[in-house]
Design a protein around this ligand. Structure first.
Ligand code: UDP
Length: 400
């Protein structure tokens, strides 16, 4: 194949079929690629019973997407027996992807998240340039943390980290190879998330009065995202202010329903039943952000990025986030929101009370937040940065 004949095919190998952070970023990128130059083909796994939100959205955007049985690094493989099973699935996935690369005459492979390794191995087998897009900060087990840093820097022409925090974390485990890691911060669709969006209908559905302050956490329900700290803070706020309501948007990973039920029981025990809304997963996050007065992200471990912060900010809402990881790069403390010490519900409660009581301050911070989202985290430069990178890698590689 001659690279000047038409668009070159890029294979995106992704680790899930949901619509959370890394899924959304991939969707936004591939749907905006210049189709006269790049033809995206996306491979998603089928090892969990996903509701297939991403593959459906890709189909709607006219992007080809295939479900491929490939090994995805998951916690259930951490252990001696799991390692063997993972290695077997990884090998099979690699062969499947290598065949796909040959059949579809793929020119470049882009692995999306550190949890998919088959794409990197298949690219090496078929001698295609490979880019690894790392979206996570894995701290333990240490062997997995090191393995991701080792693999990503040895099996890629370039590693793209979604924040400086992710880059620093990877680089610490890849001495001598850190020059391969660059940062392209995630970006937000500022046309879709806008201050003009109307959240009134959703507030009405949730029975939230116009004069009540609605504070929400949006994202996957998991131990490290800190929903438990949000509930503990909510319980403190509830006794200090009668006009604040809370909403938890998002759901657990398939198969972890116990965690949701545990949190609901905790909220009930804290007397929050009349004050809290359990919204489940919502595909309409632009409306969700518009319905909120304040977004919180009290993650217990450092967030690799924190897309929900940007989405709220682009909607003109102030945010309160745990002061570590990606949020430090997104939130300007005291200007576009507040940063609070991680794992301290009282500090979170104080920040919520401070902003709940000051509509003018919320408005002022929201306006600054919108400006920051537009000027620093826009999608156009984001897509342009990836396209430039693809061109560089294709230019540098031997004819495939
Ligand atoms: N999200 C969604 N519906 C929900 C909860 C979350 O569409 O019910 C989206 C949210 O809009 C954001 C993403 O999931 O785009 C979460 O990204 P973030 O970086 O905050 O967290 P991650 O999922 O990557 O850990």
């Amino acid at each position: 194949m001659n690279r000047h004949e038409g668009p070159v095919t890029i294979l995106f190998v992704h680790s899930s079929d949901e619509l959370y952070g890394s899924d959304r970023v991939l969707l936004e990128l591939v749907r905006r690629l210049d189709r006269s130059r790049f033809a995206p083909l996306v491979a998603v796994p089928c090892d969990l019973s996903y509701r297939r939100h991403l593959s459906k959205a890709l189909a709607e955007a006219g992007v080809r997407c295939l479900h491929v049985d490939m090994g995805v690094l998951r916690r259930r493989y951490f252990g001696w027996r799991g390692v063997g099973l993972y290695a077997w699935r990884l090998a099979l996935g690699t062969i499947r992807l290598a065949r796909l690369i040959q059949r579809e005459r793929v020119a470049l492979v882009h692995s999306n998240t550190g949890a998919v390794w088959s794409g990197a191995l298949a690219a090496r087998l078929t001698r295609r340039p490979h880019l690894w897009h790392i979206h996570e900060i894995v701290t333990h087990p240490v062997s997995v943390r090191r393995a991701i840093a080792w693999m990503s820097t040895r099996f890629s022409c370039r590693v793209v980290a979604i924040s400086q925090a992710v880059r620093d974390h990877l680089a610490a485990d890849a001495p001598g190879h850190a020059n391969r890691i660059m940062v392209i911060p995630d970006a937000v669709d500022t046309e879709c998330f806008r201050p003009e969006n109307d959240g009134a209908a959703l507030r009405h559905t949730w029975h939230v009065q116009p004069d009540e302050t609605l504070v929400g956490q949006v994202g996957r329900i998991s131990a490290w995202k800190g929903q438990e700290d949000f509930l503990a803070a909510a319980a403190q706020v509830a006794v200090r202010r009668a006009d604040v309501r809370f909403v938890v948007v998002g759901d657990v990973v398939p198969g972890e329903d116990d965690r949701r039920e545990y949190l609901r029981a905790r909220a009930a025990a804290q007397g929050l039943n009349d004050r809290i809304i359990w919204a489940g997963f919502r595909p309409d996050t632009p409306q969700v952000m518009a319905a909120l007065d304040l977004l919180v992200l009290p993650s217990r471990r450092p967030e690799p990025f924190g897309m929900v912060l940007l989405e709220a900010m682009a909607t003109g809402k102030p945010v309160v986030a745990a002061d570590h990881g990606g949020p430090r790069e997104i939130v300007v403390h005291g200007e576009t929101g507040l940063l609070v010490p991680p794992g301290e519900p009282t500090a979170l409660a104080n920040a919520i009370v401070e902003l709940a009581g000051q509509a003018a301050l919320r408005q002022q911070m929201g306006a600054a937040a919108r400006l920051r989202a537009e000027t620093t985290f826009g999608l156009l430069p984001y897509v342009a940065a990836f396209q430039a990178l693809y061109s560089d890698l294709l230019e540098a590689s031997a004819p495939w």
